[in-house]
Structures are given as structure tokens and as C-alpha cells.
Ligand binder design. Sequence first.
Ligand code: CP
Ligand code: NVA
Length: 310
Amino acid sequence: MAVSMKGKSLLEIHHFTLEEIYQIFDLSASLKQKRLTGEPHRLLDGKKLGMIFSKPSTRTRVSFEVGIYELGGYGMFFNQNDLQLKKSESISDTAKVLSRYLDGIMIRTFDHQDVVDLAKYGSIPVINGLTDLHHPCQVLTDLFTILEKKRTLKGLKLAYIGDGNNMAHSLLHGCSKVGMNIAIASPSGYKPLDFVVKESQINAKYMGSKIEIFDKPIAAVKNADIIYTDVWASMGQEKEKEERKKKFAGFQVNSKMVKQAKDDYLFMHCLPAHRGDEVTDEICDSQNSVIFDEAENRLHVQKAIMALLM
Ligand code: CP
Ligand code: NVA
């Protein structure tokens, strides 16, 4: 029997069980198929989703808005400046008010605690559409994409090359949850946060998988099934861009680096990619690259997430 996730918030993958994650994947696959064949799937008929953005977005914004529409619901977009939130009204009051109008909130912001508080004080599910700490919708999509391509997750090795940022954190949580091995290579000073590594190690131990953190990409990429990278300067770190370019020299995913991986490795990137920095055009556009499948799957997986939580 499927477990009910109704009413639950998605703040980070760590809060979800393996069973819940596979339930999201199963529904994602079924909704993807229904969309392909044109079969109606109005699982959220008449439901309202508020979408709050304090950072720019292409994929998250468009896929959530299209997603709620295809499920029969209605999405309302708010730039953070449109709301009283954190200017003349507290997060707790905002959460209580929005809970009286809406059936769910998707939020993209800086401070992860703001999203935690929104969920804590409101009475409707909150979906994290990216914070400085985590990007769970992206990683659930990435794992679903890997499952589609490789037919399995357990035992695969994902090499993440670059900044120990929100993507690295959610990949640590996600890979360790499903029993994938993850090897991260980041320059010193840019490693993932210790507490996220520790949380992930608990999952890895339970699943019998491995977490490795390296200073250099070469060891991480060796025999990898998946090579993943992300921008060196995330949203909000624009001023550090030039400094980071210097620090991340040698961390570009290019044709020389990928030779260490398995021949049938997948190249993945959450996008947007800064081509020429963390990855070359050649790798982005290669046969091994699945970046646009990943982007498409955001739609299917988030529809499943909304349908199960709302
Ligand atoms: N990957 C991702 O979240 O893309 P956007 O910033 O365009 O939403
Ligand atoms: N690490 C990037 C991810 C973008 C989807 C950022 O936070 O800007």
C-alpha cells in the first residue's frame, strides 16, 4: 500500500523515505506517459499554488506553472517584492494568511530557514524551489532521469565536480538515500557543509553506499557512471565570480576529464550552465549529455510532487 504524503512539505530530500521517493518516481513516470498520449490527469482540479520567487528562474518557474495548470489547478506567481513578506509582515503571519487562500506554496529564496519557517507556521505544504542550502526538486528530477537512463540507481557512482553548494548538498542527500555512491571534488574552502555530509553518511551507511570528498577531480571522476557539475558562482554570489573562476581552475568538466569516467557515463547539469567555465560546449552537447532530458523531467517530477503533497 502506498504511503500518504498528503500535507507534507518538501524542504529537503533528507526528510523523505526511500519508499516515498520511489512513489514520486512512479507517479512521475505515469504522468509523463499520460502527457505524451494526451490522457487527461487533472489530479489537482481547482487547487491553487502560490509561487514565490526572490531569485530568477527559467525551469522552476515555467515547469511549476505549466505543471499545476496541467493538473487542473491554478498557479499564482509572486516576486518577493509583490508581497509584504519580510518587509512589513513576518514569515509566520504571511504563512498563516496564505494558508487561508492557497492549497500549496512553492518558494525560491536565499535563506533556507525562511522556507522552514513558512512550513512551520502555515498549514499547507511548502515546496522548496531552491534555497542557498538545498534544491530538492532538482535532485529528485536528476535521480528520476538517471533511473530512466540506467534502469537502476543502487550502486551507481555519481561524481560531482565543483562548488559544494545547494546542488552538492541535495545530491549528497539524494544519492545516499537511494544507495548511490557519490564522490565530490571541490577546491578547499568550497567543500559541502559538514553537517550535510554527516546526515548523508547516515543514509549511506544504511544503504551500503559510499561518500567520498576529494580536493582534485581526477579521483572523483574515475569510473563514474554520472558526471555532474554546477555553476561556480551561484545566485547571490555574483560579486565573487572572478575570484571563484581562479579558485576553480582545473575543475572544468572537459573532454580530458571525462576520459576517466565509464564510456557510457551521463553528463548532468541542473542548468543554467556557464559554458566555457564549469563545462565545455563539447561536453554539454555530447552524446553522453542528458541536460535537456533533466530539464524536461522537472515538469513531470514536480507534477508528481504537487499531486502527492497537495
Ligand atoms: N535548474 C533550475 O532550477 O533552473 P532555474 O534556475 O532556471 O529554475
Ligand atoms: N547553484 C545554483 C543552482 C541553480 C539552479 C544556484 O543556486 O544559483
